[in-house]
Design a protein around this ligand. Structure first.
Ligand code: G1P
Length: 287
């Protein structure tokens, strides 16, 4: 079945970015002039997805407003003949539908994904974490690369990359057999293990292709790492019945949820933009 739907969890508190995230969703932090979540939705849309569910929570209304139509602003820009700006605010065109649901209690990623059950129905779907940006090295976005692997293998796919030893305990870690250049057959997964218990350094990055059976698995999960209902634990249950593959996508991943990660993302995006790069050189911010 063709993948048409994406789920983007964006409900977390953003504790690595306090105090700013007391009143502003971390997903609305700017990467140049676009919020992080814009880049994530754009990746989904450019991967052929037209139905998107964003899972939000209390205090995340700015995300809903961002994707809404702003008639007053548009009228104002029309009167001033600012056609370029009008184009910029009409973000993804009318054929893309963005839906929202709120997670009432922040009980973890698995619990957030369970909010998507009705939206997903009986179709396979993709998950893109709302604070992970992946800049692809090719024309093909990471999500599209993963959909293509799903189309061949017909089983859930988890996006992975090697993570440094000192970061292992921040990730879900995969134990798997390498079966192709960029593909592992998953044997087990552990959420945020300490380095000595980690089966490898293959870290789960915020992209997944999932099947609706994941919802029954999430329902069986007990609170795990950090006392939360973890998606990784649900995937372990699913893996008892279904093959799961871990795919090393071609692209550079940016974790925008920490101050240094966000800053690095902005600097690298600015350096990739010729006009911005010139201005940065002018102000002697870079050589
Ligand atoms: C989540 C997942 C984890 C994954 C990580 C990637 O953790 O639970 O398995 O490795 O995203 O960013 P979080 O960072 O939300 O705690």
């Amino acid at each position: 079945m063709k993948i048409r739907k994406a789920v983007i969890p964006a409900a977390g508190f953003g504790t690595r970015f306090l105090p700013l995230t007391k009143s502003m969703p971390k997903e609305m932090l700017p990467i140049l002039n676009k919020p992080v979540i814009h880049h994530v939705v754009e990746e989904a849309v450019r991967s052929g997805i037209k139905e998107i569910l964003i899972i939000t929570a209390t205090g995340k209304r700015a995300i809903e407003d961002y994707f809404d139509h702003n008639a007053d602003l548009e009228n104002h820009l029309t009167k001033k003949n600012k056609s370029k700006e009008i184009e910029e605010i009409n973000i993804f065109g009318d054929d893309v539908s963005i839906h929202f649901i709120r997670q009432k209690e922040q009980k973890g990623l698995g619990h957030a994904i369970s909010m998507a059950k009705c939206f997903v129905g009986d179709e396979p779907f993709v998950v893109l974490l709302g604070d992970d940006i992946i800049k692809s090295n090719t024309q093909k976005h990471a999500t599209k690369q993963m959909i293509d692997v799903y189309d061949k293998k017909k089983c859930p796919i988890i996006g992975v990359e090697k993570v440094p030893d000192e970061k292992i305990e921040s990730y879900g870690i995969v134990d798997g057999d390498k079966i192709e250049e960029n593909l592992y057959l998953v044997k087990n997964m552990v959420e945020k293990p300490c380095k000595k218990d980690a089966p490898s350094n293959i870290g789960i990055i915020g992209r997944y292709v999932l099947i609706p059976e994941i919802f029954e698995c999430i329902a069986q999960v007990k609170p795990g790492a950090g006392g939360e209902i973890q998606l990784t634990d649900a995937l372990c249950i699913l893996n008892k019945k279904e093959k799961i593959h871990a795919f090393v996508f071609d692209g550079k991943r940016y974790d925008t949820g920490s101050v240094e990660g966000w800053l690095k993302t902005n600097i690298e995006y600015a350096c990739d933009d010729e006009c911005m790069k010139k201005r940065m050189k002018l102000h002697e911010l870079i050589k």
